[in-house]
Design a protein around this ligand. Structure first.
Ligand code: 7RM
Length: 648
């Protein structure tokens, strides 16, 4: 059942470039091995030492309490405040006047905040929340564009001990409402709107619909950004810019227990209602602090840009908490990657002197399709390290990223992790690990990763199975909000007592991990269990293909058959000849077994804004049934409508 056949073969290897290695935080394989060994053999010594690098208000008594498995407790007895870790600790020395956030709006407006300035703004924001009666222990929903106030709102909640629940600004009113209700939020922080693809995306009307009739919400705090007209409910709605001047810029951080709730972040399950993933304070900060430091090799003169939205876990961990806990200079951008021109990202890299750049494979494939001439117009010579996250990167996109963006000089860190893991779990360490295109390589410190079958047996090299973690780690989820049973059933029951991530993967003969996608997406053709991701990777290796999504469709003969949804480059003729050419290509790359039974051409694939293909929807379309599941996370509903129209 759990075994998945792997058909992807990749032999290229890229050792860390000597130039990079010379100045890396970690460059000796022996030192890395010793640290990794210690982190697995004596995790309490390892994590205790790391945790003591953070500024605690009261030292912790115990590193890990795993007695109530799978409900972990880390750093018990300790007190700290996440906003103080990110801000106050940097005010004593030279970092105080270093840039914390370099922000650019889509229209090109720029704002820079030093650590000292960001600290003052966050204190003020926190006092505004207090003035509205928001208290320690409350939950606050945040529904905002990518403006500095989003980071401030997050940190202001943390400062007063209220948990934030950030809902991505592209979600519908209904999705927002479900999350506000499930979390029992008492306030919502939003903006009039944000800039996206050259126009104003209004947010306030969505909030008005979302909170209508929800008694728990006493305040809607609105930041002014786009100056569009907004409807107003007196008593409930307040402008941030009217309250901010009335409060003090002094707000002492609330001492929080290590295991106090820091935030909820909702992730859509394969069926049913979204899960509120629970993250607590101490362990989450320790995990994001250490991974940021070693994976991105950050130093004081770096300019670091993670292109994710703060509405996703990647934005929480690698725009806000991890980088700021390290005192980094973080670039934040409001708009779309290709507005107003296809080279916008590269223009931003050149303009702000970005040295470390972290993005998603879906963005890389978009840039690949747009052509090399766009990055070529901008000076990318300051870049020294590249990263990817969100899905497996196909080797072609990896090679393009390496050659065109990294000029063959920058290591690429392919980082595998989840909302649930809080921090990066599988990753190269850029000064140590030789990379292989398409592999997230090896476990980070303290991560006891293994490929298991359902009985908990470790599978031999290169056999696909369940991607599991056998030991607790500090930034792990502490549960699903209000649903302990679902937490245990979803993550700890497939392999009893072990964390199962929901992904299929294999580990090669060098101990490198290759993620094969969600196990729910595995296709069973005549008894062979194939990974959708590998068939997709074969399809996109054809020069005419831009993107591909592969799903299972019921089939009388083979049980399941492969249906492929494909987008092709401009000017490519779509006809049966192309269909057979692509079928032939997959048959050559993988084998006849993997040749899609059906290929549909489409302009775009249904995706979440974090770039994940919504295969569940495609499965329904391929099978000819109406989609009933949760579609609240889809980025562009018109894509779905078009695909359905195709069907009729
Ligand atoms: C960080 C994030 C998690 C799921 C995960 C995988 C997939 C993420 C990679 C990847 C292959 C990667 N959190 N995934 N990163 N697959 N290689 N480097 O994306 O909760 O939104 O998604 O994303 O399936 O389980 S998430």
């Amino acid at each position: 059942m759990s075994e998945i056949e792997s058909v992807l073969h990749e032999d290229r290897r890229f050792p860390p470039p000597a130039e990079f290695q010379r100045q890396a935080r970690l460059s000796s394989p022996a030192e890395y091995e010793a640290l990794y060994r210690e982190s697995i053999d004596d995790p309490e010594a390892f994590w205790g030492r790391v945790a003591r690098e953070l500024p605690w208000m009261k030292p912790f008594e115990r590193v890990l309490d795993w007695s109530n498995k799978p409900f972990a407790r880390w750093f018990t007895g300790g007190k700290l405040n996440a906003s103080a870790v990110c801000l106050d600790q940097h005010l004593a020395g030279a970092r105080a006047d270093a840039r914390a956030i370099v922000w650019e709006g889509e229209p090109g407006d720029v704002r820079t905040l030093t650590y000292r300035e960001l600290h003052a703004e966050v204190c003020r924001f926190a006092n505004v929340l207090k003035s509205r009666g928001v208290q320690k222990g409350d939950r606050v929903a945040i529904y905002m564009p990518m403006i500095p106030e989003l980071a401030m709102a997050v940190l202001a909640c943390a400062r007063i001990g209220a948990a934030h629940s950030v809902v991505f600004g592209g979600f519908s009113a209904q999705a927002l409402r479900d999350r506000i209700e499930d979390g029992g939020c008492s306030a919502v922080i939003t903006a009039d709107g944000g800039w996206r693809r050259g126009s104003v995306l209004a947010l306030k009307p969505e909030v008005d619909t979302a909170v209508d009739g929800i008694p728990s919400v006493h305040t809607v705090l609105v930041v002014r950004r786009t100056e569009n007209e907004v409807a107003w409910t007196p008593g409930r709605d307040v402008w941030y810019h009217e309250l901010a001047p009335k409060v003090s810029a002094d707000c002492p951080p609330e001492p929080m227990e290590a295991e106090d709730l820091l935030f909820l972040l909702y992730t859509s399950g394969s069926t049913g209602k979204p899960k509120g993933i629970v993250h607590t304070t101490g362990g989450y900060l320790v995990g994001t602090y250490l991974t940021t430091r070693y994976v991105f090799d950050l130093r004081d003169d770096d300019v670091y840009w993670c292109t994710a939205d703060v509405g996703w876990i990647t934005g929480h961990s690698y725009i806000v908490y991890g980088p700021l806990a390290n005192g980094a200079t973080v670039v934040m951008y409001e708009g779309a990657p290709t507005t107003p021109h296809p080279g916008r990202f590269w223009e931003l890299c050149a303009k702000h002197g970005v040295t470390v750049f972290y993005t998603a494979p879906t963005a890389i494939r978009t840039f690949m399709r747009l052509g090399e001439e766009h990055p070529a117009k901008h000076d990318l010579s300051k870049l020294r390290l590249l990263g990817t996250v969100g899905e497996a990167i196909n080797p072609e996109a990896w090679m393009w990223y390496h050659r065109v963006i990294g000029a063959e000089r920058c290591p690429i860190v392919d980082t595998w992790w989840q909302t649930e893991t809080g921090a990066i779990m599988l990753t190269p360490l850029p000064g140590v690990t030789a990379t292989k295109p398409g592999s997230a390589t090896r476990p980070f410190f303290g991560v006891d990763a293994a490929i298991l079958d359902e009985r908990g047996n470790e599978l031999p090299a290169n056999q696909g199975g369940l991607m599991c973690i056998r030991k607790p780690w500090p930034s792990m989820l502490r549960g699903i909000w209000g649903d302990d049973k679902r937490f245990v059933d979803t993550y700890w029951s497939t392999v009893p007592g072990v964390y199962f991530a929901g992904d299929g993967a294999r580990r090669d003969e060098d101990g490198y991990f290759w993620i094969m996608g969600r196990v729910d997406d595995v296709i069973n053709v005549s008894g062979h269990r194939l990974s959708t991701m590998e068939v997709e990777s074969a399809l996109v290796s054809h020069p005419k293909v831009c993107e591909a999504a592969v799903v299972a469709r019921p089939d009388d003969l083979t049980g399941q058959a492969i249906a492929a949804f494909v987008t092709v480059g401009g000017g490519v003729a779509i006809d049966d000849a192309l269909r057979s050419e692509l079928g032939e290509h997959v048959a050559t790359e993988i084998g006849k077994l993997a040749r899609p039974k059906e290929i549909r051409f489409t302009d775009a694939l249904p995706k979440t804004r974090s770039g994940k293909i919504m295969r569940r929807l495609l499965r329904d379309i391929a099978a000819g049934v109406e989609t009933v599941g949760d579609t609240s996370t889809i980025e562009d509903y018109s894509v779905l409508a078009k695909l359905r129209g195709d069907e009729a």
